[in-house]
Design a protein around this ligand. Sequence first.
Ligand SMILES: Cc1cc2nc3c(=O)[nH]c(=O)nc-3n(C[C@H](O)[C@H](O)[C@H](O)COP(=O)(O)O)c2cc1C
Length: 389
Amino acid sequence: MRVRRCAVVYLEPREQVEFDLEGLLSGGNGVRRTAEWAAHAPHLAQPVVLDEGQRDLLGTLSPEAWADATAFASGQGSVLESLLDAGLAVMEAPDGGSRAVHAQRDAQLRAGHWWAPAAMLHGAARWQGRDALAAPEAAGLAPADGLRRELGVPPPAVARRGGHGPQLPLPRSEGTEFDALLLRRATCRNFDQERALPRELLARMLERVFAAHGSWQADDDTVFLKKGSPSGGSLHPTGAYLLVQRVEGVPPGLYHYHPVDHALQPLPAPGEALDALAMRLLAGQHWFADAPVLVVMATRFARCFWKYRQHPKAYRAVIMDAGHLSQTLYLAATDLGLGAFVTCAVNEIDIEQAFGLDPLEEGVVAVSGFGWRAGQMRNAEFDPVGRVW
Ligand SMILES: Cc1cc2nc3c(=O)[nH]c(=O)nc-3n(C[C@H](O)[C@H](O)[C@H](O)COP(=O)(O)O)c2cc1C
């Protein structure tokens, strides 16, 4: 049997803090602190807690060269077995079971050309079953006026640089329709819960934000698309998955949008009501969950990393791509008289499961949504220039 280390693993010396009743009753402070090593590996679902023997052996394994398992000292045999079971070491030819799954996931990660810190970051930042409202409420940070009280004075809103010579004042413009559009853009947290979106407006929005407006056939099997937003390397790796709740002529459900065919592909129905799923995916953010259309921006990493292999900037480019799509979506919606939002406080793992996405291949970067704004404000929106409300 030949073995090697998994492709990517980061060790975190971390501290577990637990309530300790016995310690409290015997005169202590009631807090038990335990130091441990956590191994973060993006091809595994959870971090793995290591003992010293596992940590030390892991440090001796090559991630590239296969080693004969019999070459390890006799005392290390069981430690190696435990690393294989955990998926931190992989076998060259496993014959089924969880070791084969670990080896296959590790091979998939290697083939994906990830820059290792980005793989670690993307994997570790994913949520499952979180409630985004609970932590800020518990910390006294909601509503927003609690921020200053609890967190102290923020850094100034604007940086003023001392420099070389006096400030050069710039002319203010009259403003065009585009300037007016920018002034009307505000994150919508009050969707009209009754009013459905016409199918034409859904189509228009998708056409503006996610559709290909043109293409260039570089080779028989190599196509580059042109879209309304810029994309690193013109690779456009980020696509749209939809949760449709209220659109005339489009049955409620889950869909994938095809940017060349300009068509919706229905996906298997989730095993729960769409409104409950929307709340779960948006980590309890009820002010967004009732939008007629939610758009999951999911990135096919391999498309970007095909060109930018193990590139330290590639993940940043992917995140920036999603930001551009989000702003295009905001402006497209505002222009059509609709409200829009974006959030990354989402339960990525729940979204992956709902839409059938493999996170090593297609990762959730953000969720947007759009629809008619309600006539009355139930949840705060940021509109200091008064162009929306
Ligand atoms: C990357 C990103 C993440 C955001 N996440 C959230 C969120 O989780 N919840 C929310 O209510 N708003 C979210 N927003 C919206 C911001 O709160 C909003 O842009 C900000 O308050 C300024 O308001 P405006 O968009 O109306 O100008 C997010 C915006 C961005 C760009």
